[in-house]
Design a protein around this ligand. Sequence first.
Ligand code: SAM
Ligand code: SF4
Length: 334
Amino acid sequence: MENERRILKDTFGREHTYLRISLTELCNLRCTYCMPADGIKLSPKSHIMTYEEIYTIAKKFVDNGVTKIRLTGGEPLVRKDAALIMEKLATLPVELAITTNGVLVDKFIGHFKKCGIKTINVSLDSLDASKNKSITRRDYFTKVYHNIELLVKEGFQVKLNCVLIRGFNDTEIIDFIELTKNQPLHIRFIEFMPFDGNKWNMEKLVSLEEILKQVYIHYDTSSFMRLNDKPNDTAKNYQIKGYKGTFAVISSVTNPFCDSCNRIRLTANGQLKNCLFSTTESDLLTPLREGKSIATVIEKVVLSKKKTRNGMDTLEKFKDPNSHNNRSMIAIGG
Ligand code: SAM
Ligand code: SF4
């Protein structure tokens, strides 16, 4: 076991104990920052991991030290056997979590409880129905908002993911924070990141610094608290004194958190990525199907992980469009 655990330790001493599994490349929304306008080239169905393969790969990771698995996508809940996958993975000794756009959440409340899922991340980028429709290219705001309320009522810890884009929703930062006044919600403002086909540019990005500036202007300094971050937390956490909920900023662009990164990603077609920004990936599914060892592939992927953002260690390098030769986010799994 001691020998095996090492396959998840990289050359910088980081232990990869957190596996994010994308269940599907499909989605019932079309968020502009995630899904290119003309869609993506989908993998043939036969190249998508079956639920048994997902379980086998996940178990290999758990046997080697993974303690947390997050299901993502695409939209994980559109996959027909999503409930079955959750149930299978729930038999492993891990914390199971999910990131969803919230549209189908009401149909899965019982499954989440049965599988011991306690924290649900839901994406919501605007509190305005028409703006929401324009960013998701679909009209589900009311449904999603009701589902967020339902999750809170049912006792789940709800984190709301909000990707900030200048000129679109940067005027809603305080409105989102005010949601935490009476509700135990955790709002996470995410800096807009570049992926294939999402028309990213630095001007559209709303930085951690700018977000905090707005907070300082609106709230009295003495009523604004910086909270302790958990180990491996990607977010910088804050709270307005007396409010039930909290808020955070995920500043992958302006303040990367790679030093404490413990994440590794498996795409729906069985490719392993050692970083959200990695431009290469390694096939786990073919060796698995051929009955070969996947541990050697995993070890190689972990050992080749770079120190910071796949080598984009400065903002200058990050801004270079040639560095963004990556999949679209929808096909990685955020
Ligand atoms: N469909 C689910 C959802 O929307 O929550 C899960 C998959 S989605 C790819 C996971 C997360 O990635 C979402 O919170 C989404 O907001 C975030 N995301 C997608 N594209 C992004 C981008 N370009 N920059 C920052 N975050 C992004
Ligand atoms: Fe779908 Fe989530 Fe991407 Fe939006 S962010 S298109 S909901 S996968």
